[in-house]
Design a protein around this ligand. Sequence first.
Ligand code: SF4
Length: 158
Amino acid sequence: MRICVSACLLGERCKYNGGDNGIVGLAHLLLGHEVVTVCPEVLGGLPTPRSPAELRAGRVLNTAGEDVTAPFDLGVRRALERARTCDLALLQPRSPSCGVNRIYDGTFSGTLILGSGLFARALAREGIPAFDCDALTDAEWALACVLSSRTTGVEGDE
Ligand code: SF4
């Protein structure tokens, strides 16, 4: 199985503040699969660290008052080029790029609303299922692990 993963979830220090969102055990869970890591914001040419950004009224604005819609859009296009042949995606929650189910409301007040980030929307348009890693329960993680191992085994036998 080919799985697109937000790079910060696998420990890449590409988060806006220079940190990462690494999940212990995630790399192990993905063993046997082809992993495609992407950070749409870095791919769009934005530096790390960078000012936090949120979506508002169809634009991407950061806390420095800049409109960074163009680099975000570029990053989505570049990330999608890599992810287009993936079977599914596992993404970092709440991000204006990677968030799947909920994102911040654009007021930089920590308020979450229903919605998805620009990369998650692009994946949806391509028909690639995207999952918010926070939404997966331990049981789902375990089931995903078993099912994906079987799938990998079948593919390996062909
Ligand atoms: S754009 Fe996605 S991969 Fe990059 S730091 Fe933000 S959440 Fe992580």
